[in-house]
Write a protein that binds this ligand. Structure first.
Ligand SMILES: Nc1ncnc2c1ncn2[C@@H]1O[C@H](COP(=O)(O)OP(=O)(O)OP(=O)(O)O)[C@@H](O)[C@H]1O
Ligand SMILES: Nc1ncnc2c1ncn2[C@@H]1O[C@H](COP(=O)(O)OP(=O)(O)OP(=O)(O)O)[C@@H](O)[C@H]1O
Ligand SMILES: [Mg+2]
Ligand SMILES: [Mg+2]
Lengths: 228, 228
């Protein structure tokens, strides 16, 4: 489903050049849940930015669902991302003036007029992440972990084929984090959604099928995770 | 050093009222390192906002270094905060157009003209948090964990009497997180700095002298942490 071939990402030039990713080759199959771990600054968020086509590699190619995303126009990329991919950013990117409900409904409203079914789905997914009592709180009236769960609900609301999540439990206590991981894994198993999750927490990584270790922009190794 | 008496914080009114803190009484002595844990939404960040006087309690009193902070004017609060307290926010609050060096130097420049010694100190503290190679990266050119470490360096640069840190290792891998906790604890022991640290990670909490558990805005219990 995802194929990276010799992907490099180099920021800056000359003296201040940083090789965030060096010659990464990787393949992830449909319905697989892959966890990515690695030290701070090792290239994890950069990898997700390239796979979601929010940034472009310096060299190498990325194919998703058999399409080389480097060949798509901006408009095609926007539609591709909107129809196939759910994104949970490391720092959420919620709209501060909207409430939780409006933030989650937003991806739907960007594609078409939301109907009653969409609104029911939005309330349902907010309930699933434990925020039934915070539906009409503005972003500024939510705690850190509550904002993170709004971001997760927004990424799932349109039943994406691919979920890219950057430290989705980083601001959650162990119990709340476990509930979220359970939701991601059961959605993956039930609907065949492919998941790529970056995390610093080994317990969280163990909810995946496979673990990839990244260091200084290169893949150190990959291992199968025994069912927990 | 810190005394909270019957502190309440209630947001909103009527139907949507939320009691973020309910009748909290707490005392923390000089040079103590206190860890605070609790589920997402239990009132941890609210507690830090009140102790740092960035928000005011609905009722109850807070004394720091024998001063009732509720009686200070805005100007007195600004000076009090700048001279005594170092703050690590849950989402950093860095200035995006400045580089790491300028973000860390900022608290000094707000009080007086920075001299060579200040600049050397700024470079030194960035080295201590492992960012000697990122000193002149702008905030937008840093990873999540690197931004977090800039925020920690900024909070420590003026050798505060009190450090308030909201999930300071939430975006760090285990090893980098341990280095930061070591730095906080050794600064606490060496200089008698009082530390109040909110965390979701029990391993991180264990670097403190005492653990306070918060739930639904109330203190569930407090326990001494055996030296690790
Ligand atoms: N301005 C506000 N208006 C209404 N409710 C608020 C406001 N700010 C915070 N809250 C609510 O107060 C509660 C406590 O928030 P707080 O940020 O202190 O939680 P927290 O313990 O830091 O959680 P987390 O671990 O998720 O960061 C939350 O349930 C939140 O929804
Ligand atoms: N625009 C940029 N210009 C220069 N360097 C950059 C830029 N963006 C990121 N970097 C560098 O690239 C490296 C990889 O960044 P990335 O955000 O992928 O790390 P990460 O693995 O997600 O780290 P963390 O766990 O701290 O979030 C970092 O060392 C960072 O300093
Ligand atoms: Mg990152
Ligand atoms: Mg918080």
């Amino acid at each position: 489903f995802i194929e990276l071939e010799n992907v490099q990402k180099i920021y800056g030039a000359g003296q201040a050049q940083v090789a965030a990713l060096r010659d990464v080759t990787l393949s992830i199959s449909t319905g697989e849940f892959v966890s990515i771990m690695g030290p701070s600054g090792s290239g994890k968020s950069t990898l997700l930015n390239l796979v979601s086509a929010l940034d472009v590699p310096t060299s190498g190619s990325i194919r998703i669902d058999s399409v080389d995303i480097g060949t798509l126009s901006d408009d095609e990329l926007t539609l591709f991302r909107r129809n196939k991919i759910g994104l949970v950013f490391q720092f959420f990117n919620l709209l501060p003036t909207l409430d939780a409900f409006a933030n989650v409904l937003l991806p739907i409203q960007l594609s078409r007029r939301a109907n009653q079914e969409d609104k029911d789905r939005t309330k349902e997914i907010l309930r699933e992440v434990g925020l039934e009592k915070r539906i009409h709180h503005k972003t500024t009236q939510l705690s850190g972990g509550e904002m993170q769960r709004v971001a997760i609900a927004r990424a799932l609301v349109q039943n994406p084929k691919l979920l890219l999540a950057d430290e989705p439990t980083g601001n959650l206590d162990t119990k709340t984090g476990r509930d979220i991981l359970q939701l991601l894994r059961s959605t993956c198993d039930r609907r065949g959604m492919t998941v790529v999750m970056v995390t610093h927490d080994r317990q969280a990584a163990n909810w995946g099928h496979r673990l990839i270790q990244l260091q200084d922009g290169a893949i150190l190794g990959t291992e199968t995770i025994d069912p927990q």
